[in-house]
Design a protein around this ligand. Structure first.
Ligand code: GTP
Ligand code: GTP
Ligand code: MG
Ligand code: MG
Lengths: 292, 278
């Protein structure tokens, strides 16, 4: 573990009382390795390590801690501060319906997460409507209908021959007429470099002015997270992120990358395949997981 | 990296960044940089422009395992089990593969052994139709091993050439789900000697270092014989396949380059190595 590796590093150093530059530089080498192993983006790691370095040098080593533990404490606090500290609650419209747009790469968990959100909102006393705006993936509409059916949440669909922006617009109208106060729009997975598909998202946004645009990101995503997050944010102005498949053993460093690059809060985490497997995001827990 | 004037620290730092950013991982990155440094020293190289060729050779040699050809059974049917974590592209890959076999004049049967996820059977059904393959499906919640068993019986009685078995996505850390997969593999092996003839691990190119753990655990569980690297049409390079090749000896056999039925290609170590540095 990182703690053990740092301990070993510090065995070799004399530093006691205050953290010397030598102490910190040696420790940061291990920390950089741990963060890269955890899939945090290369440049994000560099910036983060520089930040920790300036905070750590000259710091008093607390009586109860070893130098190694002192550095870890600083790293853990910096990571937690970086990933937390902002509005991680859902934004609701002052006049319903609230519109939530789910976006992201292929296979990240958007459809499953849309259903999870619908269940979460229902339990909070809302009346959500799911909108099937993925007209491309085979049986995508059916998938959402099955999930909605299991939850007793209505699913709005115009089939696969009406364009997604029109489907989203009609879904919002339908919600108004049916007294549904939240519309969750499921969209097709797409590449951030697919101009046509990214333009489609911009059109959906223009059609329904979402209150939340949530990037659904797989926790096992590697270095590419920086490009994905940057592009989706640049083109759509994301309001939040949902990190999925955290019930696996991926360290989840992509979370730090996305936060650093977009400044967006992580609003929820997916921890399983069932509709109930959605949890609130706890920055200190993810910080510990990333550090390994 | 070709624009550097000599093999100085800046050059090697930039090379390290290229490799790490491609998800190659620290271990293999240090190895590749080390090998290059050794060659620079030994062959007294001074022009970094040569580095590209050297690196491409090194990468291709890590990935070259002889052949990307999928194994064919001595007698039909050839049975191919498709496994991997959630959302990696298994079902879509099976559709593409079925189409390839069909183009080659083969009779293909698809087994919908993902009996768990919403509309999984319907999704595979669409691909079966597009590829001109037959589908074997049970009701939702059925035993996946039973679907695999039925598909093999159907392949025998209908004289099919290939059976492609789709399974539910599962995270490798879920012991009970890995046990379910082992059971599917046992049932296949009991029915046909030497089967499954291929066990393909479908790996998303955007996956980071967790890909190595996926390969390790899936191989230990069901004897993975090859990797299908999907979504290479994005910006991710899937560099974790280098560690998988170096540490586990597993070859990449196929690459997914899009969502259409024709977006599947045989893996070429040379093409991959070239793309890594472009
Ligand atoms: N273990 C686990 N699996 C998840 C989680 N979220 C989603 N999945 C699974 O991931 C796979 C993909 O989920 P989908 O909801 O179809 O993903 P998607 O983003 O809608 O996919 P596309 O529409 O094709 O882009 C499915 O097998 C889901 O059950 C999670 O938090 N944990
Ligand atoms: N761009 C791109 N998308 C792909 C590729 N292969 C699959 N996909 C997409 O990835 C998403 C998930 O594909 P699936 O075939 O459902 O993945 P799966 O592994 O069967 O998913 P589960 O059964 O839920 O675990 C779909 O939107 C596919 O269209 C590829 O090579 N390139
Ligand atoms: Mg979907
Ligand atoms: Mg599938």
């Amino acid at each position: 573990s990182l703690a053990e590796r740092l301990q070993a590093t510090f065995q070799k150093l004399r530093g006691r009382g205050k953290l010397s530059e030598a102490d910190v530089t040696a420790a940061l080498r291990e920390i950089r390795l741990a963060l890269l192993e955890a899939d945090v983006n290369f440049k994000v790691v560099k910036d983060f390590v520089d930040k920790v370095k300036s905070r750590a040098i000259g710091q008093e080593v607390l009586q109860s801690l070893t130098p190694a533990q002192q550095v870890i404490k600083i790293v853990y606090e910096e990571l937690t501060a970086l990933m937390g500290g902002s509005q991680s609650k859902l934004i609701f419209a002052s006049h319903p319906p609230t519109v939530i747009l789910m976006v992201g790469l292929q296979g990240s968990g958007k459809t499953t997460t849309a259903a999870k959100l619908a269940r979460f909102l229902t339990r909070q006393g809302h009346r959500p409507l799911l909108a099937a705006a993925d007209i491309y993936r085979p049986a995508a509409i059916k998938q959402l209908q099955v999930l909605g059916g299991q939850l007793g949440v209505p699913v709005f669909s115009l089939g696969d021959e009406v364009k997604p922006p029109a489907i989203a617009g009609a879904a919002v109208e339908h919600a108004r007429s049916q007294g549904r106060d939240v519309v969750i729009v499921d969209t097709a997975g797409r590449l951030h470099i697919d101009a046509e598909m990214m333009a489609e998202l911009a059109e959906i946004k223009h059609a329904v002015s979402p209150h939340e645009i949530l990037l659904v990101l797989d926790a096992m995503t590697g270095q590419d997270a920086v490009r994905v997050a940057d592009e989706f944010h640049r083109q759509l102005n994301l309001t939040g992120v949902i990190l999925t498949k955290l019930d696996g053993d991926a360290r989840g460093g992509a979370a730090l990358t996305v936060r650093a690059v977009t400044g967006c809060p992580i609003k929820f985490i997916g921890v399983g395949e069932k509709a109930g497997a959605l949890e609130a995001f706890h920055p200190e827990r993810l910080a510990a997981r990333i550090l390994g | 990296i070709g624009r550097h004037k000599n093999f100085d620290d800046n050059f090697f730092e930039e090379l390290e960044e290229i490799l790490l950013t491609a998800d190659v991982g620290m271990k293999i990155t240090l190895e590749l940089v080390g090998r290059l440094k050794e060659r620079v020293r030994r062959e007294k190289l001074s022009d970094p422009g040569l580095a590209y060729n050297i690196l491409q050779e090194e990468v291709a040699s890590i990935l070259d395992k002889g052949t990307s050809r999928l194994r064919e059974a001595a007698q039909p049917p050839t049975v191919i089990l498709v496994v991997g974590v959630n959302g990696s592209g298994k079902t879509t890959t099976i559709g593409k593969l079925a189409y390839q076999y069909k183009l080659g004049g083969k009779k293909v049967i698809l087994a919908a052994a993902d009996t768990f996820r919403a509309a999984a059977g319907e999704q595979l059904g669409v691909w079966a139709q597009r590829a001109g393959a037959e589908l074997i499906r049970h009701q939702e919640g059925a035993d996946p091993a039973a679907v695999a068993f039925d598909a093999i019986q159907a392949a025998r009685s209908r004289r099919a050439d290939v059976v492609l078995i789709d399974t539910a996505g599962r995270l490798q850390s879920k012991v009970n789900l890995m046990e379910e997969l082992k059971k599917i593999q046992r049932v296949i092996a009991r029915e046909i000697q030497e089967a499954p003839h291929e066990v393909l691990l479908v790996l998303d190119a955007t996956t980071g270092q967790n890909g190595l753990s996926q390969a390790r655990i899936f191989r230990e569980a069901v004897g993975v014989t090859g990797i299908v690297l999907t979504k290479l049409d994005g910006t991710a390079k899937g560099g974790v396949v280098l560690a998988i090749g170096a540490e586990l000896g597993l070859p990449v056999k196929l690459v997914g380059l899009g969502e259409k039925i024709t977006d599947l290609r045989e893996f070429s170590p040379q093409d991959y190595a070239a793309a890594l540095f472009s």
